[in-house]
Design a binder for this molecule. Structure first.
Ligand code: DGY
Length: 320
């Protein structure tokens, strides 16, 4: 009998066709609306495979309904949306899509860093709003990028790719990571430090670490108080790593200079989130990996992982 797979969002036709060659599918056929929890609860109870996005919370409660499920294939590198422990206990394989999004996400992180440092959004708004009266010596002045010190929190694949870009801008680099990376240090001329030293010494602090119970609210009031008043925080990892209330206060009170955020504690971000009222915050709707080529590669890799696990073969990227 052919296995059945539930796909939680409309994905590209060629990827659907690939899955349909080997499985029967059901799909939440929407592009912009996540599958409602009650629908997912019902669907998960009768399928062997789940192809899902980071917008789906796959917790212990929902997994209790998954009596036939063999694999959860997450179309993302991050998997904080899935209760890994509960999946493991039930013998369900969980897969993700690392590697294929590394360069695209590093590109976006550097773009956000530059946009924040040089106030690109504010500058564009100034022009379009009719406020460009004349060239003026200190109007819309920002922070230099070349020669500045970049602190990278989390030296995985994306952190290393970001460092390569920063090297081209003659940036000095500090990094904080669970383990030291001597090879990379030599190649990119980076210095391994503890978190506080990184925060004190950096002009830019980029968060590139996975979201885990250990990294939840890793950056809050105490950490902002250590940072330079001229420093910029960039987060393209997960919103929950930063305490948003503390970030708001630090930005409002001039404890740090600006922030560039692609991710938020709650997504989509509520329009009454106070961070959206600040001119020194550049905000994006979680588009780190959003290039056409990369999203296609992620969708395909998630399908490959799913199909291998369904056939009891080892997927390309197994989380548990
Ligand atoms: C991921 O893959 O975890 C990103 O946040 C989205 O590409």
């Amino acid at each position: 009998m052919r296995p059945t797979v539930y796909i939680t969002r409309r994905i590209p036709d060629e990827i659907i066709a690939k899955i349909v060659e080997q499985c029967d599918i059901r799909m939440w056929d929407e592009t912009d609306i996540p599958v409602p929890r009650n629908v997912l609860e019902k669907e998960i109870s009768s399928v062997e495979g789940l192809y899902c996005l980071l917008t789906e919370t796959i917790d212990r409660e929902i997994l209790a309904k998954a009596s036939r499920l063999k694999v959860i294939s997450n179309m993302a590198v991050g998997y904080n949306n899935i209760d890994i422990k509960a999946a493991k206990e039930k013998g369900i394989t969980v897969t993700n899509t690392p590697g294929v999004l590394t360069e695209t996400t590093a590109d976006l992180t550097f773009a956000l860093l530059m946009a924040t440092a040089r106030r690109l959004i504010e500058s564009s708004d100034c022009l379009r709003g009719g406020n460009w009266k004349t060239w003026s010596p200190m109007q819309l002045t920002g922070q230099d990028i070349y020669g500045a010190t970049l602190g990278i929190i989390g030296m995985g694949r994306i952190g290393a790719s970001l460092a390569k870009r920063a090297k081209g801008f003659d940036m000095n680099m500090l990094y904080y990571n669970r383990s030291q990376k001597p090879e990379l240090e030599k190649e990119l001329n980076m210095k391994y430090t503890d978190l506080d030293t990184l925060l004190r010494g950096s002009d830019f602090v980029c968060i590139m670490t996975p979201y885990t119970p250990q990294t939840r609210n890793l950056i809050g009031k105490r950490e902002f108080s250590l940072m330079k008043k001229s420093s910029i925080l960039i987060n393209t990892a997960r919103g929950g790593i930063v305490n948003e209330n503390d970030l708001f206060q630090a930005l409002r009170d001039g404890e740090i200079w600006a922030a560039g955020l692609d991710v938020f504690e709650q997504e989509p971000v509520c329009l009454d989130n106070p961070l959206l009222t600040l001119p020194n915050v550049v905000t994006l709707p979680h588009i780190g990996s959003a290039s056409i080529k990369t999203r296609m590669k992620m969708a395909e890799l998630a399908a490959d992982n799913l199909l291998l696990a369904i056939k009891n073969q080892t997927p390309k990227h197994v989380v548990v």
